[in-house]
Design a protein around this ligand. Structure first.
Ligand SMILES: [Zn+2]
Length: 481
């Protein structure tokens, strides 16, 4: 008996020692403040003007082509030196591909991607805005309007940084390519996808591609009060499954034991009862390694010992929808159609379940898994449409390219913690893996917690100061590359 107690005590002591040792030796990868920052002054007026062009992405047929062309003219007028120094190509009439040829052609080009299209402002919410959503008005130090965060803020900051560098007499060593899509919000097929194909056909191998998707998060990452630069190293995949049944209907006074609606309802319920398992994908493991050492002690201990505390961490993440989305492939019923009349048994029922896939899961596996779980010959399970795509490849966060990007970020934001991240939505970035394996999703526009709802929402805005820093970030990035 005594011996058993002794063994247990010894075991606990060893366990605690390991946990503490791992916690105290848990340090984040260090990025150095070695790049010389370029400081650019900007009053945000060019971004403000850019917002007034209503470059809205509807369905393709609803697009107002003249607005996109007017936006192009605005860029030419606003950045005259850039347009003299860089070559400019139109891709599918509206996307813009610029090349600033470097002196050293042995260096692979840096590609800066952004998109000029914006989502519409829904009519019902127009009056909730503090200013007219396409006015670009500057109010109390903030530039308001649709597209300020997503993604004209980055696009105009890139151009402003280059105009400024040209003014200083700077000539790049490394070729800089700007790829500005016009249809990101509706899939990016004519824009980014086409530009990536053109570059591939030319034999371009990019050093890295930097696109939107990550952010300078102020007070957004739980446990950290300051700024975290989240660099998206992968983006989740996407598939919708249609779950349907066709059966004889009939009069509701003499119902059969099962009908189409009930069969589909049962199938959807089974899926709901079987969520996909929690796991740390590589970008999130990277996030844990970079953020963990900066957390308060208890959280730091958990992150330093995921081998022991994984269930606790999953539990914490699963308390919020945004946290849960980081640690598993999500599934949610988004459509359910059946029934016409209260006294008629429906002959057909259909539900659609949408999945956002962690790296490693693919649409075919999700389909087979759903079929196996439902295991019902009456119910048909198929892929709903042709948007199905696996998660993007993962860009290596221990690469020199990631380190360079991180160094450029802290040259301008010295107190920021830099971390890899998993992007939950889709960006144009995924199309560029044919010309590089380093696609990093990061916009230098600083965001506060309340700003997250402004993206695609009401009162989208950036601060003039934050925008100005973004211009400095791109200038620093380009000048040091
Ligand atoms: Zn965007």
């Amino acid at each position: 008996m005594k011996k058993t107690i002794l063994i247990i005590v010894l075991g606990v002591v060893i366990l605690v020692t390991i946990v503490l040792l791992r916690t105290f030796s848990f340090t984040a990868p260090q990025f150095s403040n070695t790049l010389s920052p370029v400081s650019v002054k900007s009053d945000g007026s060019l971004l403000s003007q850019a917002i007034s062009y209503e470059t809205i992405s509807h369905k393709r047929e609803m697009r107002d082509d003249s607005v996109f062309l007017a936006f192009h003219s605005f860029l030419q007028k606003s950045f005259p030196k850039l347009h003299r120094q860089l070559t400019r190509e139109l891709v599918n009439e509206h996307s813009l591909l610029y090349t600033w040829e470097g002196a050293d052609l042995s260096k692979k080009p840096l590609i800066l991607a952004a998109h000029m299209d914006v989502v519409p402002v829904d009519y019902a919410s127009r009056n909730d805005w503090d200013v007219a959503p396409f006015s670009g008005e500057i109010l109390e130090g903030n530039i308001y309007g649709r597209g300020t965060i997503d993604d004209k803020g980055s696009l105009i900051a890139i151009m402003e940084s280059i105009e400024n560098l040209i003014n200083q007499g700077f000539k790049p060593d490394r070729t800089i390519i700007l790829a500005f899509g016009h249809d990101e919000e509706i899939g990016g097929n004519e824009g980014a996808k086409a530009m990536a194909v053109i570059l591939e056909k030319r034999g371009t191998r990019a050093w890295m591609v930097i696109d939107e998707g990550g952010t300078l998060a102020n007070g957004i990452v739980p446990g950290i009060e300051g700024t975290v630069a989240l660099i998206g190293t992968s983006e989740k995949g996407y598939v919708s499954l249609e779950v349907s049944a066709d059966m004889a209907g009939g009069h509701s006074s003499m119902p059969e034991p099962m009908n189409a609606l009930e069969a589909v309802n049962r199938a959807v319920h089974i899926l709901k009862e079987n969520p996909l398992p929690d796991r740390f994908s590589e970008p999130i493991q990277g996030f844990i390694d970079h953020i963990g050492p900066n957390l308060p002690f208890v959280q730091k201990m958990a992150f330093a010992n995921t081998w022991l505390f994984k269930p606790v961490i999953y539990n914490t993440y699963n308390k919020s929808a945004s946290g849960a989305a980081l640690v598993h492939t999500t599934q949610v019923v988004t459509m359910f159609n059946s029934g016409l009349k209260d006294n008629v048994v429906p002959t057909r029922a259909r539900a659609v379940v949408n999945y956002r896939l962690l790296p490693g899961d693919n649409p075919q596996d999700i389909l087979s898994r759903a079929k196996d779980l439902i295991n019902d010959t009456i119910v048909k399970v198929t892929v709903y449409d042709d948007f199905a795509v696996a998660a993007s490849p993962i860009s290596d966060h221990s690469s020199l390219e990631f380190e360079f990007l991180a160094n450029a970020i802290i040259a301008v934001n010295p107190n920021a913690i830099v971390s890899p991240y998993l992007v939950l939505g889709a960006t144009d970035g995924r199309y560029y893996y044919n010309i590089t394996d380093k696609v990093f999703r990061f916009s230098p526009i600083p965001l506060e917690k309340e700003d997250l709802n402004r993206i695609h929402g009401v009162n989208e805005r950036v601060s003039v100061k934050g925008y100005e820093k973004s211009v400095s970030f791109y200038a620093t990035l380009i000048k040091n590359s």
